[in-house]
Design a binder for this molecule. Structure first.
Ligand code: GAP
Length: 474
């Protein structure tokens, strides 16, 4: 079994490239720093995580509604949300090599998040010099004062490049939810408490992206805004807040398989928390090579966002309850990073196991132990050898019979051992082999990824066999 302490980000990056999960972006043009493309298995995995999330938080609940809003919006949205004025990172320049870095992140590496949040913007550069934090690029300790750098991605609408035509790619999916609040009320007539969910791309002009897909300029989020009545007492928001905390914990553990020892909830103190929030947590994951990093943001945001949009747009974003009480709802925000969650899932399930081959020789197999619902391919089907047309035809027939129900793959390359290794590396829970006995008896071998045990199963019973194993049709 892999010692998780020896698992490195490099191992994950290498497997992702080798097996078609994630490729370096624009590779044939020499690449583009920190840009990544999702390959066939990465796409399946990402879709499966998003589908699981949607099923848990939208499909199975009566109080949740889905949405898919635009990426390019009226720029006033981002003025109202506070992103134009306040969505800033503190940047410092190394005076020697002139390379720019996030001062707060370098400080966090030295003194931790909590101490860093106590340091004001104008003190960051001096503190870094005092603590002798070296430049990651040239090793010098010679920092400028910190300056603010806005993370919103600007773009130009139409052909004329002037200030009037500036728009922003959305910096979070959440604002698309707030600006559609009225549309949702008018069309769906939901009763408070209720929530709106969406999955989609977000863009941030991160100055120090990196650690593979952990921090990128283009990424995907899965966000929820859960609206509640304005609380009269703390317990009125604490109740739903804690319910959400339990739901999020359950989702990470049971639906995605992330283990307790790799997760922690870190509460923001008064310095770190936004002024309008009453309570905020970062849910952190212990990423290989990187250590604890934010996986999920969770906050009670009061009525800040809707009130800002009321002020800036003039629209009526109030809610009227059954008794005729009219108010601006408050909101609890569980904010998931889809691509960052994918990285956590990859890190969690990556295993190296020493096993014995058929001749008793020891070898190491890399196996991705995804929960079956998340696995990119559920079932692989092989003919024992590729040069026996009867075996290939029977294997194809078996594959075709399962394909409408499960994501399947047909493989007749190399020997069986190599095919198993490949399917282990992409995390396929079941491999079916069609052999000579199949032609006589109509049964096949089904090999379990985790136990490597094999069962003989009649072809016509395969669907009920997989149903008994809990494999869901998708
Ligand atoms: N609406 C609240 C919001 O966007 P956030 O903490 O800035 O909060 C939420 O982002 C989540 O989005 C993070 O916990 C992380 O998973 C993901 N995320 C944020 N910036 C990211 C980036 N540059 N690359 C990848 N994922 C990112």
């Amino acid at each position: 079994m892999t010692n998780k302490k020896t698992l490195t980000m490099d191992k994950i990056v290498s497997l992702c490239k080798r097996r078609g999960f994630v490729f370096p972006g624009s590779e044939i043009y020499g690449g583009m720093a920190n840009s990544w493309d999702y390959g066939p298995y990465g796409t399946e995995l990402k879709n499966n995580i998003a589908k699981t999330w949607w099923k848990t938080f939208v499909q199975k609940r009566d109080d949740m509604i889905g949405l898919d809003s635009a990426i390019i919006t009226n720029p006033k949205v981002w003025v109202a949300s506070g992103h134009v004025a306040g969505f800033n990172d503190p940047l410092v320049d190394c005076k020697k090599c002139k390379i720019r870095h996030r001062g707060d992140k370098l400080l966090e590496g030295k003194i931790g998040v909590e101490e860093t949040t106590k340091i004001k913007l104008e003190e960051i550069g001096a503190k870094m010099n005092e603590l002798k934090i070296p430049c990651p690029d040239c090793g010098a300790v010679d920092w400028t004062d910190a300056r603010k750098f806005n993370l919103l991605f600007e773009t130009q609408i139409g052909v004329l490049a002037d200030a009037k035509n500036i728009a922003y790619l959305r910096g979070e999916t959440a604002q698309g939810i707030f600006i559609n609040f009225k549309n949702i009320l008018n069309t769906m007539r939901p009763k408070i408490p209720f929530g709106i969910a969406q999955v989609g791309k977000a863009f941030r002009n991160e100055i120090t992206p990196g650690n593979f897909i952990f921090r990128t300029r283009e990424f995907e989020q899965m966000e929820i805004e859960y609206f509640i009545e304005p609380p009269k007492k703390e317990k009125d928001w604490r109740g739903p807040f804690e319910n959400w905390q339990n739901e999020i914990k359950r989702f990470f553990k049971e639906d995605l398989g992330l283990s307790d020892e790799n997760m922690r909830w870190r509460r923001h103190d008064d310095n770190e928390r936004s002024f309008y929030s009453k309570d905020t947590y970062d849910v952190e994951y212990n990423f290989p090579s990187l250590g604890w990093g934010e996986l999920h943001g969770f906050a009670y945001r009061t009525d800040y966002d809707l009130s800002q949009h009321i002020k800036h747009s003039g629209a009526d974003l109030t809610y009227v309850d059954e008794k005729g009480n009219k108010y601006v709802p408050h909101c609890i925000e569980p904010s998931f990073g889809l691509t960052r969650t994918l990285l956590a899932v990859l890190a969690e399930v990556y295993m190296e196991e020493t096993i014995k081959d058929t001749n008793g020789k020891e070898e190491v197999r890399t196996v991705m132990k995804f929960k079956p619902e998340l696995a990119p391919i559920k079932i692989a089907v092989f003919p024992l050898v590729k040069n026996k047309p009867e075996l290939v035809a029977k294997a194809r027939e078996t594959y075709e019979s399962l394909k409408p129900f499960y994501m399947c793959e047909f493989d007749d390359n190399g020997n069986i051992g190599k095919r198993y290794r490949r399917q282990d590396e992409i995390g396929t829970p079941y491999c079916i082999t069609v052999d000579y006995d199949t032609l006589e008896k109509g049964d096949v071998t089904v090999r379990d990824r985790d136990t490597m045990k094999q069962d003989r199963v009649k072809i016509e019973e395969l669907k009920s066999y997989f149903a008994d194993k809990g494999l869901t049709i998708c």
